[in-house]
Ligand binder design. Structure first.
Ligand code: TRP
Length: 436
C-alpha cells in the first residue's frame, strides 16, 4: 500500500483546517443566530463556548488523529482500552459527515445560483427579488443540477489528493476569501448603519438571552469549528513530525471566530442602513440581502464579491466533510483514493437529491431541515461528548502532558476537555432529547 497522504507544511494544515471551519456556519448562520438572540450578549456566550468546549475538543480531535494516523473509525479503535468498543463513535461521525454534506452541497448549489444571478445583477421589485429563492426551490431539476455540479467539483478537488487537492485549494481560496471579506468590511464601514451595527454588536442586552440561546451558542460553536464527526481527526491524521497542537487549535479557533465576527460587521450595517430587523432568520442572505443589493449604490459588484466569498468558504468546508468518508473507505477497505471518492461521492450525491427536491418531506418537514436537525442537534453534540470522554478519560494525563505539552494554558484546556466540555455537552444533549 502506498504511504499515507500528508500535509506539505504546517501552514498548509492550518489553512486547510481553517478552510474546513470557515463555511456557511460563519457567514450564513452566525449573523442570523446573533440577530435572533439579541446581539452582543449572545456573542459573549458564544465566545465562552468556543473557549470552554470548542478549543478543548479541537485539541482532542487533532491529537487523536495525529497520534493514530488513521480515519475516525480506526482512530477511536486505536484508543480502545477495555471491552467497550470505541469504533461506533467513528462510524457515527462518518455517517454524520455523509448526512451533513448531502444538504450542505444543496445549499452550496444555491450560492452558485445566486453568484450567477449577481453577475447579471438583481433587478425588479422587492417581491420579485425575494421570490427568486422560492422559485429556485420550486424548480427541482435546477436544484439537482447545482447539487450535481457542486459534488462533481468537490470530488475532482479531492481526487488530486491531500497535498495537491485539499491543501492547494485552501492555500488559494482562503487568502482570496480574507481579501474579499476585508473589501466588504471597508465598504460596510462607510454605511450609515455602521453606528447602529457597532452598538448592536458591542453593547450586550442580556435580557434577550434565554436558556435556548445558550444551547444555540454551543451548537453553533460546534458546527462552525467542524467538530463532532472526526473532520479534525482526519485532518490531524495527515500531520507528521513536531506540531504544537494547543497553538494550532487556538489559531484555528481565533481565525474562525474573527471571520464570523467580520461577517457580522459586513451584514449588520447593510441591514441597519435599510431599517431592517437583524433577526430576519435563515433567509437573511438569500432573501433579504439581494433586495438590498438591488437598491444600494455599487450593489452589483458587492453582491458578486459577497457570493463568491460564501462559495469559497462553503467549498473548503465541503471538501473536509467528504474527506472524512473517503479516508474511512481508504483505510478500512484498503481501497484506492479515486475509487473511495467515486463511491462516497455517489452515495452522498444520491442522498442529497432528497434535500434538493424541496417538496419531498417527512410528515411535513423537508429532508434538508430534517437532516440538519438530526446531524447538528443530535449527532454532533453526541460525537463531541464521546470524543471528550475518550480524550479525557481513556488517555492518561501524563501521556497528554508528554505529547501535547504542559504549559499553563494547555493544562487549563486539558482540564476543560476532561470535566467542563463533557458536562456542558451532556446538558445540551439531554436538553435536545427532551425537546424531541
Ligand atoms: N464548519 C463548517 C461551517 O461552518 C461546516 C463543516 C465542515 C462541518 N466540516 C464539518 C460541521 C464537520 C460539522 C462537522 O460551515
Amino acid at each position: 500500500m502506498s504511504a499515507r497522504d500528508a500535509w506539505k507544511s504546517k501552514l498548509g494544515f492550518i489553512l486547510a483546517a481553517v478552510g474546513s471551519a470557515v463555511g456557511l456556519g460563519n457567514i450564513w448562520k452566525f449573523p442570523y443566530v446573533v440577530g435572533k438572540n439579541g446581539g452582543s450578549a449572545f456573542i459573549s456566550i458564544y465566545l465562552a463556548c468556543i473557549i470552554l468546549v470548542g478549543i478543548p475538543i479541537l485539541i482532542a480531535e487533532i491529537y487523536i488523529g495525529k497520534k493514530s494516523q488513521l480515519n475516525p473509525v480506526g482512530a477511536f479503535r486505536f484508543f480502545q482500552k477495555g471491552k467497550i468498543p470505541f469504533s461506533p463513535i467513528g462510524y457515527s461521525g462518518v455517517l454524520c459527515g455523509i448526512i451533513i454534506l448531502s444538504y450542505y452541497s444543496v445549499i452550496t448549489g444555491w450560492i452558485c445560483h445566486y453568484l450567477m444571478l449577481s453577475f447579471r445583477g438583481f433587478y425588479g421589485t422587492e417581491t420579485e427579488i425575494s421570490t427568486i429563492f422560492d422559485n429556485l426551490n420550486n424548480t427541482p431539476w435546477l436544484n439537482v443540477a447545482w447539487h450535481t455540479f457542486v459534488m462533481t467539483a468537490i470530488m475532482l478537488i479531492l481526487m488530486k489528493g491531500v497535498m495537491k487537492g485539499i491543501e492547494k485549494a485552501s492555500k488559494i481560496l482562503m487568502p482570496i476569501l480574507g481579501i474579499l471579506l476585508l473589501v466588504l468590511v471597508c465598504y460596510s464601514l462607510t454605511l450609515d448603519g455602521m453606528k447602529d451595527a457597532w452598538h448592536f454588536l458591542t453593547s450586550p442586552d442580556f435580557s434577550k438571552v434565554t436558556g435556548g440561546s445558550l444551547l444555540e451558542a454551543l451548537g453553533t460553536s460546534f458546527f462552525t469549528l467542524s467538530l463532532g464527526i472526526g473532520a479534525m481527526i482526519t485532518y490531524g491524521s495527515y500531520l507528521k513530525g513536531e506540531v504544537n497542537i494547543t497553538k494550532s487549535a487556538v489559531q484555528i479557533a481565533l481565525i474562525d471566530t474573527l471571520i464570523a465576527f467580520l461577517a457580522g460587521i459586513v451584514i449588520f450595517p447593510i441591514v441597519f442602513s435599510n431599517n431592517l430587523e437583524p433577526s430576519a432568520g435563515p433567509g437573511l442572505i438569500f432573501q433579504t440581502l439581494p433586495v438590498l443589493f438591488a437598491k444600494m449604490p455599487g450593489g452589483h459588484i458587492v453582491s458578486v464579491i459577497f457570493f463568491a466569498l460564501v462559495l469559497f468558504a462553503a467549498v473548503t468546508s465541503a471538501i473536509s466533510l467528504l474527506e472524512v468518508a473517503v479516508s474511512f473507505i481508504i483505510d478500512e477497505f484498503k481501497c484506492s483514493r479515486i475509487k473511495a471518492i467515486l463511491i462516497m461521492g455517489s452515495v452522498i450525491w444520491l442522498l442529497g437529491i432528497l434535500s434538493a427536491v424541496s417538496s419531498w418531506n417527512v410528515a411535513g418537514t423537508p429532508f434538508l431541515d430534517l437532516f440538519d436537525k438530526i446531524a447538528s442537534c443530535y449527532m454532533l453534540p453526541l460525537g463531541g461528548l464521546c470524543t471528550a470522554l475518550v480524550f479525557g478519560w481513556a488517555i492518561t494525563t501524563e501521556t497528554k502532558y508528554k505529547e501535547i505539552g504542559s504549559s499553563v494554558i494547555t493544562k487549563i484546556l486539558l482540564f476543560a476537555a476532561k470535566y467542563v466540555s463533557p458536562i456542558l455537552l451532556l446538558i445540551v444533549f439531554l436538553k435536545e432529547i427532551g425537546s424531541f
